[in-house]
Write a protein that binds this ligand. Structure first.
Ligand code: HEC
Length: 96
């Protein structure tokens, strides 16, 4: 019984973690795709790691008004991704 509980909790934690990794990867792919329509992602990559989440949200909202194809939910997803992405992020900047 105890082993079963540990197994259940372990699987749950593992699934949550896998889900987070998957969500991060798909947010990264969306950002790379939607944010390279008008300018290169280099323009974004040079700013990674030195903007607050609020400023990224403002940036993404401004890009939406510039004409980026993003739903309101996409704006949140992309802004959250950019706020947590490391400088040189692989999906967006081709780094590690
Ligand atoms: C429809 C065209 C278009 C798309 C798509 C687009 N941008 Fe831009 N981007 C612009 C234009 C025009 C500028 C220069 C004017 C400005 O800064 O608003 C710019 C400038 C920038 C800058 C430099 C200015 C600053 O705030 O440092 C960043 C960073 C940026 N874009 C990020 C993004 C991100 C992130 C996305 C994806 C959500 C994106 N862009 C998608 C048109 C676009």
């Amino acid at each position: 019984m105890k082993k079963l509980v540990i197994f259940a909790i372990g699987s749950y934690v593992l699934l949550m973690f896998a889900g987070m990794v998957f969500a991060q990867a798909s947010a990264g792919r969306m950002t790379a795709e939607r944010c390279s329509a008008c300018h290169s992602t280099a323009r974004i990559c040079e700013k990674l790691g030195n903007r607050t989440p609020e400023v990224w949200l403002q940036t993404v909202e401004r890009m939406k008004s510039n004409g980026a194809k993003l739903s309101d939910a996409d704006v949140t997803t992309v802004a959250e991704y950019l706020a947590t992405a490391k400088p040189g992020a692989k999906l967006l900047c081709g780094g590690k």
